[in-house]
Design a protein around this ligand. Structure first.
Ligand code: GDP
Length: 176
């Protein structure tokens, strides 16, 4: 019947950020709703997909490229972000240097990736608030100025993980 047309969209999303900030853990939480205290480091990059429904008619499939944060893999990153429609740049709220690293990824994306790429900044490990090194306001102000979506997340306690991906989905162009 009229109005019941269903829509399906597929988007490529890349995760970037310093090693050990929790990129793989965020993906594992989003895709499998699991958390592991001790995880093997990602070698190169890992690929996973997750499908969400945005509303009764709209289904979004994320093709997720989880890149390794180590410096020796840095030259591979452009391969993953080049045709990505969305990027999640992750830092660890307990490590201020990881926010500096995140900012440099954002700069690189804004220079080299697609002009229309949607970038989200995720301050992960929000469950470790007692060890916080980056004030929420500082990161929020930076994100606003740089035009990024911003969430503080925890892959461990499952805080704002689905919210993060859903907010990205809602900014993706769905008029095809
Ligand atoms: P990646 O190198 O950025 O992919 O980071 P990982 O996902 O491998 O996580 C690095 C370490 O941080 C692992 O020991 C995880 O268990 C831990 N970790 C990841 N996310 C969180 C979180 O939200 N809270 C806490 N407390 N630990 C986390």
């Amino acid at each position: 019947t009229a109005g019941s047309t269903s829509r399906f969209f597929q988007f490529k999303l890349v995760l970037l950020g310093e090693s050990a900030v929790g990129k793989s853990s965020l993906v594992l939480r989003f895709v499998k709703d699991q958390f592991e205290e001790f995880r093997e480091s990602t070698i190169g990059a890992a690929f996973l997909t997750q499908t969400i429904s945005l509303d009764d008619q709209t289904t979004i499939k994320f093709e997720i490229w989880d890149t390794a944060g180590q410096e020796r893999y840095k030259s591979l990153a452009p391969m993953y972000y080049r045709n990505a429609q969305a990027a999640v740049v992750v830092y660890d709220i307990t490590q201020s240097a990881s926010l500096d690293k995140a900012k440099s990824w954002v700069k690189e994306l804004q220079r080299q990736a697609s002009d229309s790429i949607i970038i989200a900044l995720a301050g992960n490990k929000a469950d470790l608030n007692e060890s916080r090194a980056v004030p929420t306001q500082e990161a929020a102000a930076y994100a606003k100025e740089a035009g990024l979506l911003f969430f503080e997340t925890s892959a461990k306690s499952n805080e704002n993980v689905s919210e993060l991906f859903e907010a990205i989905a809602r900014k993706l162009p769905l008029d095809a």
